[in-house]
Every structure is written in C-alpha cells, then in structure tokens.
Design a protein around this ligand. Structure first.
Ligand code: SAH
Ligand code: MG
Length: 199
C-alpha cells in the first residue's frame, strides 16, 4: 500500500490533481482513530488518495466516496484495488448533489469537492450524519486566498474565495453545529452537533 500511496502522490503532482496536504490527512486519520469513526462519507474522491488513507486507519472502517469526473473515478478504482480495499471502499461515479444515499448513516463526512458548493454539500449531507458525527471540510483557506482582498488574484479565484468565506459564515451562524476552524494544511473546518441544540 505504501508504494501505491507514493505513486499516487507522484501522479497527483504530474497531472495536477489537488490531493489533500499531508498535515491535513494526518490530522483526519488521528481524528478517526481517536473518535472510533467507522463509517465515512467523502465528497470528492479524485484518485482515491485521502479515501484510501482514511479507510486504512482500521480494518473495520467502510467508506463511501463520490466523484463526478470519469477519468479520476477510474483511476481511484484502480488504486483502491491495488491497496486491496475494494470491499471496504465504495466509489460512486456521480455528481454528489444528485447522489441518493437514503437510509445511510455516517460517523464522518469529509467535504473536499467543488469549493463553490460547500454550503449545498453541508445542507444535503448533514442529513446522513450519525448523532455524534462530525463534518470536516478541506481547503477552508483556499491557498491563502480566503480573506485576500488584493487585486492581483483572478476573478475566478476571488469568486471561489468568496464562496468559502460565505461557507465559513454559514458554519459560524449555524446553531445546530459547533465548528472549529483549524490552521492545518490548506485549512480544515471541524463541525459537530451542538450540545444544547434542543432545550
Ligand atoms: N479528496 C481527494 C481530493 C479531491 S479533489 C484527496 O484529497 O485525495 C476534488 C474532487 O472533487 C475533484 O476530483 C472533482 O472532480 C470532484 N468534484 C467536484 N465537485 C463535485 C461534485 N459536485 N460531485 C462529485 N465530485 C465532485
Ligand atoms: Mg482538498
């Protein structure tokens, strides 16, 4: 498996696939272990890198991961097989906003897909979160562009950064969840259900 992970890192670099930063996946893997996470949902598989690492934390973890890009989906299937994880990782080839997961429940939902749609992902997939579950989102800093108001960033970059800023506001204002923003890698948000949500 180690070999495959290294190959994936190389592939990601060569083909510009935005896989998670080492520091961030290390944090998430620790979190999974510490909180005894067993069922994981990932939005944004890419080539399977983060999914494989999350599932590798313990032998009884299962993971569902959703990817809409066919080339990446196929690459992920290949990598998951190479790691012998095809029984525990299910890759759904679909736009996450169209995926139907009715009846499923997850202890951890990892949001790492189109940065402009984080609020939609959160609103849709929080319905599948177990009572003590956690939602973690990646790239909350968007390469340092969140909060950057200078004029030397492109319109497109500014637009995505604004969407992430909106997502952060959404999380802060969401009374049902308590969110921590972590300055790890490209920035992670960790949201858990608030204790006093009902009185
Ligand atoms: N989690 C991966 C990286 C994911 S990169 C890792 O760290 O290894 C983000 C991926 O999300 C891209 O491959 C992109 O195709 C996919 N994506 C973006 N929007 C999506 C959507 N609405 N539904 C499914 N996949 C999406
Ligand atoms: Mg990411």
């Amino acid at each position: 498996m180690k070999e495959t992970i290294l190959e994936m890192e190389k592939y990601a670099e060569e083909y510009n696939v935005p896989i998670i930063e080492k520091e961030s996946i290390a944090f998430i893997m620790k979190y999974i272990k510490l909180h005894n996470v067993k069922r994981i949902l990932e939005i944004g598989t890419a080539i399977g890198y983060s999914g494989i690492l999350m599932a590798s934390v313990a032998p009884d973890i299962t993971l569902t991961t959703i990817e809409r890009d066919e080339k990446r989906y196929l690459e992920a299937l290949k990598n998951i097989k190479k790691c012998g994880l095809e029984k525990r990782i299910e890759v759904v080839f679909q736009d996450a906003l169209e995926a139907n997961l009715i009846g499923r429940e997850y202890d951890l939902i990892f949001i790492d897909a189109a940065k402009g749609q984080y609020i939609k992902f959160f609103e849709k997939f929080s319905h599948y979160l177990s009572p003590n579950g956690t939602i973690i989102s990646d790239n909350i800093k968007f390469h340092g562009l969140v909060g950057n108001t200078s004029e030397d960033i492109t319109k497109n970059q500014r637009s995505i950064a604004s969407k992430i800023e909106e997502y952060i506001e959404f999380l802060k204002n969401n009374k049902e969840y308590t969110t921590k923003l972590l300055d790890i890698g490209d920035g992670l948000s960790v949201s858990t259900r608030s204790e006093n949500e009902t009185r």
